[in-house]
Design a protein around this ligand. Structure first.
Ligand code: SLL
Length: 153
């Protein structure tokens, strides 16, 4: 559809991961060398639903994982796994066809281990570790259809 000139529309999001150390009562299905359970995610800010304009999010994990390319077609756009190591995850976002927008890719370093001033305490408590970033999708001269999707209540 037609593009709206001289217009820019932005939508905020956050992406990153949470991780917790596995406990003694871990499931026997989890490989013994795994130390953490983690979730990598991409989501709207303040519970905003991105699925009106995000069609699919593809998370590319380390090749030590079976089926390391994980395609998520509906919210929550996230992958939960267990493992032992940190690595870089690519997060590729595909927009709905009406948007006529190229996909965008972000990189996230999966964080499992606390560091910094509170690290020792967090380790003793088995606390959840979080690492996330705020960003914005910026649509320049959006199609009329994308504009409608983003502005309807
Ligand atoms: C490292 N460069 O050596 C990193 C690689 C890979 C982590 C970390 C595998 C789990 C599984 C897993 O945790 N890979 O095989 O199921 O630290």
């Amino acid at each position: 559809s037609k593009r709206l000139k001289n217009l820019q529309i932005c939508r905020p999001f956050v992406f990153g991961n949470m991780a917790v150390p596995l406990k003694e009562d871990r499931s026997p299905d989890i490989p013994t060398d795994h130390t953490h359970s983690w979730t990598v995610f991409l989501k709207g800010v303040n519970g905003d639903d991105l699925s009106s304009f995000v069609k699919r999010v593809v998370f590319k994990l380390h090749e030590t994982y079976a089926n390391s390319t994980r395609s998520i077609e509906e919210p929550p756009f996230e992958v939960t796994e267990t493992g032992w190591g940190e690595f870089e995850i690519s997060i590729r976002v595909y927009f709905v066809p009406e948007a006529s927008e190229k996909n965008v890719v972000m990189y996230h370093h999966l964080k499992l281990h606390p560091y910094g001033p509170e690290a020792e305490q967090q380790k003793t408590n088995g606390a959840t570790v979080t690492s996330m970033q705020y960003d914005e999708f910026v649509f320049n001269e959006p199609t009329e259809s994308l504009f409608e999707i983003l502005t309807k209540k």
